[in-house]
Design a binder for this molecule. Structure first.
Ligand SMILES: N[C@@H](CCC(=O)N[C@@H](CS)C(=O)NCC(=O)O)C(=O)O
Length: 202
């Protein structure tokens, strides 16, 4: 399997951590994909949306986005199960993961506003709108942090990667006002070495 990703991607990091937790990292060849290139043909061949992460299987099957890839990897090996199989527990897990992805997506849009739009064309109201989503998402997680059972599930991996992205791109400013989440992330990092092994720098 080939995984198109980049070190800073919070969504690619979800897939990498999932592959470690499932014992599948040795079966995945990492392909660095530069999403800043206007025409990255190799990435476009793996995902017509030219987004990372994208997984290409041995038979050429393309899988994206991060949730689909994580669920696929989870299906390959029975334990540890990262997605509750059914019932409300499954949908609570998926919703928490969607909240975490939403935080990462809003943060990414703020980063892209600065990266792709000239300073005089940036829209402060748009940035504030995305920041409000990040803040509200963090507030919801701080109010009811994920219960830590000692075993990560898919939503835990998603929350950790969203927080990791805020550390990377916003100098961890979230930490001062979210003490419960800080404590939760410390426990996660201690139990899931792949989190530390996938930290991006710069
Ligand atoms: N919902 C997607 C989001 C993927 C995403 O937005 N990835 C970013 C990098 S972190 C990307 O590829 N951006 C390039 C672009 O939007 O052109 C997922 O979960 O995989």
């Amino acid at each position: 399997m080939k995984l198109y990703s980049a070190p800073a991607s919070p969504f690619g990091r979800k897939v990498k951590i999932t592959s470690y937790v499932k014992g599948l990292s040795g079966q995945i060849k990492l392909e660095h994909a530069d999403t800043r290139l206007p025409h990255n043909r190799e990435l476009a061949a793996a995902n017509p949306l030219s987004k990372i992460p994208a997984l290409v299987l041995a038979d050429g099957t393309q899988l994206y986005d991060s949730k689909v890839i994580c669920e696929y990897l989870d299906s390959l090996v029975p334990a540890p199960a990262l997605f509750p199989a059914s019932g409300l527990e499954r949908y609570k897990c998926l919703t928490r993961a969607a909240l975490a992805d939403g935080i990462a997506e809003a943060a990414l849009l703020i980063v892209y506003e600065a990266r792709y739009r000239p300073a005089d064309k940036r829209v402060a109201e748009w940035i504030a709108r995305q920041q409000a989503k990040v803040d509200a998402g963090l507030a919801a997680l701080e109010a009811t942090p994920p219960v830590w059972t000692g075993h990560p599930d898919y939503s835990h991996i998603s929350v950790a990667c969203a927080l990791g992205y805020l550390d990377l791109r916003f100098a961890g400013a979230w930490r001062a006002s979210h003490p419960k989440l800080v404590g939760w992330l410390e426990k996660f990092a201690a139990q899931v070495p792949a989190f530390g092994e996938t930290v991006a720098v710069g």
